[in-house]
Design a protein around this ligand. Structure first.
Ligand SMILES: NC(=O)c1ccc[n+]([C@@H]2O[C@H](COP(=O)([O-])OP(=O)(O)OC[C@H]3O[C@@H](n4cnc5c(N)ncnc54)[C@H](OP(=O)(O)O)[C@@H]3O)[C@@H](O)[C@H]2O)c1
Length: 265
């Protein structure tokens, strides 16, 4: 929990990701609605109709002045136009491709966190890795962990390069996983299965697979090995995959997404 009167502000808090994080913080009672500030350019705040008391402003500087913790969630191309002096505040960013050095310059803060998250935060299923500038304190780290734990799972990682990898891998939800699911739906449809049945079956497969892989001690690699050792029908398919270029092709696709992360801001 944050301290009772600690204020949190989300710049871009009505966007897809900012709103998801705001709702997670409210639902998990990390912040009371009257201690949450949202800023955007339009002043629109319909998405908080069910959360009376949330403060909304079109002034990013007012938000910075009112809040102890400021989370930046505007499009990367808007980052340099945020226009705020957040000196002395703890600043977190979930913006893709904006390095710590730029965040320091844009906000005038020195306690800055570069993070990644995803809209799955709204159902507390995001993965939110982060790294910090040297001035970030232990108390700040505890607070960052509280905020991102409300959104799902979180880790402090070693470097911004690791944030770039996760921007490609876990920022987009369902992202690349949806591509794999679509390939399976297409396979079913190409074998004469009704599209709606194929769709329902594969959605359920990914729900079950996700639940089984997230629970317990077994890693994804353990699951693959278990299936191969079981030597059923899936083993032949997995062996075919292991001897194909699919692993390298996935790495190439992720490389392309990481490369975009380095230029998107
Ligand atoms: N969506 C995702 O799946 C996802 C995943 C990982 C990371 N991210 C990162 O999260 C950030 C936000 O993405 P999003 O998808 O949530 O974007 P979005 O849906 O387009 O929302 C952008 C938000 O920022 C506000 N905004 C834009 N410029 C602003 C400014 N100068 N000052 C204050 N508010 C401003 C917008 O409101 P107004 O138009 O009213 O100003 C809106 O609330 C991006 O940096 C993105 O890289 C997104």
């Amino acid at each position: 929990m944050t301290k009772a009167d600690q204020t949190i502000g989300i710049v871009g808090g009505t966007g897809m990701l900012g709103k998801a994080i705001a709702v997670a913080l409210l639902d998990r009672q990390v912040v009371a609605s009257n201690c949450l500030w949202i800023s955007n350019r339009s002043g629109a705040a319909d998405v908080f109709a069910n959360h009376p008391g949330v403060n909304v402003t079109t002034s990013n500087q007012e938000l910075a002045d009112r809040c102890d913790v400021i989370l930046l969630s505007v499009p990367p191309t808007s980052a340099s136009g945020i226009g705020m002096d957040a000196s002395g505040k703890l600043v977190l960013s979930v913006m893709a491709g904006i390095p710590l050095a730029d965040l320091l310059r844009i906000t005038c803060a020195n306690r800055v966190i570069r993070a990644m998250s995803s809209p799955a935060a709204q159902i507390s299923l995001a993965y939110s890795p982060w790294c910090a500038t040297a001035d970030v304190t232990d108390d700040d780290r505890a607070l960052v962990s509280t905020i991102f734990t409300a959104c799902g799972l979180t880790d402090e990682v070693e470097s911004e390069a690791h944030i770039e990898c996760f921007t490609a891998m876990t920022g987009p939800v369902p992202g690349f996983v949806a591509f794999y699911a679509k390939a399976m739906v297409d396979y079913a449809v190409n074998h004469g299965i009704q599209p709606e049945i194929a769709d329902r079956a594969i959605r359920q497969l990914f729900l079950g697979a996700g639940a089984m892989m997230s629970d317990g001690e077994m890693t994804p690699a353990d699951h693959v090995k278990q299936m191969i050792d079981y030597a059923g029908t899936t083993a032949d398919g997995l062996e075919a995959m292991k001897h194909s270029s699919i692993t390298a092709d996935i790495a190439d696709a992720l490389d392309a997404a990481v490369a975009r992360t380095r230029v998107i801001g």
